[in-house]
Ligand binder design. Structure first.
Ligand SMILES: C[S@@+](CC[C@H](N)C(=O)[O-])C[C@H]1O[C@@H](n2cnc3c(N)ncnc32)[C@H](O)[C@@H]1O
Length: 249
């Protein structure tokens, strides 16, 4: 994959033409990214792209690399056929853009603390031809407050600060800490979002939020406090781990 990236070719073409010689420039660029990869630097940051929901996204070290387990959130969101969606902590924009690509009528707002991440999300929206239906806001969870929504989606930072050092080196050394660190109990952003969501969700609205594998009980308690009348579910990911909190009004 690294060699295909340097040659701006495909792996299939490389396999079909093993006789192709590298120029000196190509050789040194290849040697350089092999060296970077050997330190644990993530492959998607080297190639500049990552796949999510069968779409190709630009990724830079300013954004979290989209994870396959987050695709369940998109499946659950699409099943509701929402028309007005807010994505909190949009990062590369992968969730907002996958929803926009599959919901041609929907208006979407992506909120993100990091302006550098939001610039990547904007480029990804243009890449997929959905920029006219997504509004991007630099904000802190739901502040400034967006207009009413029938669906809030979020993959917030949810790793406990004390567990950050136990993450694989490729994650803890190179992916943005602001995308991962959920504070002392891992629930800081989750709590903020559940507290602020009632002011944004319209009647019959729904909130879908990714959570850590051991956070279902705490997330349900917080959701019950914020939405005493709502129906609350936990959905597993494909590995069977508790992964998505659903709050349905
Ligand atoms: C786990 S990443 C998710 C990124 C992307 N949505 C995805 O699923 O790949 C969390 C994102 O939330 C952003 N973030 C962290 N704290 C935030 C806050 N208080 N308000 C808004 N965004 C925040 C981070 O910068 C990061 O982009």
């Amino acid at each position: 994959m690294l060699l295909a990236h340097v040659l701006q070719s495909s792996r299939t073409t490389l396999l079909a033409h093993p006789e192709q010689a590298l120029s000196a420039d190509q050789f040194w660029r290849y040697a350089d990214i092999v060296r970077q990869r050997s330190t644990g630097y993530p492959l998607p940051y080297l190639t500049g792209t990552a796949e999510f929901y069968a779409l190709s996204f630009e990724v830079t070290p300013e954004v979290l690399i989209p994870r396959p387990e987050t695709e369940i959130l998109v499946d659950l969101a699409l099943a509701r056929r929402p028309t007005c969606v807010v994505d909190v902590g949009t990062g590369s924009g992968c969730i907002a853009i996958a929803l926009a690509a599959h919901l041609p009528e929907a208006q979407i707002t992506g909120i993100e603390l990091s302006p550098a991440a939001l610039a990547v999300a904007q480029r990804n929206a243009e890449r997929h031809g959905v920029a006219d239906r997504i509004q991007w806001i630099v904000g802190d969870v739901l502040v400034p407050r967006p207009g009413p929504a029938d669906l809030i989606v979020s993959n917030p930072p949810y790793v406990r600060t004390s567990e950050m050092a136990t993450l694989p080196v490729s994650v803890r050394s190179y992916e943005p800490a602001v995308a991962l660190d959920g504070g002392a109990d891992g629930l800081v952003t989750i709590r903020q979002l559940l507290n602020q969501a009632p002011a944004v969700l319209g009647p019959d609205g729904c909130l879908l939020m990714e959570i850590g594998v051991d956070q279902a009980e705490a997330a349900i308690d917080l959701a019950r406090t914020a939405f005493p009348q709502a129906q609350i579910y936990i959905h597993p990911d494909l590995a069977g781990h508790d992964r998505v909190l659903e709050v349905s009004l």
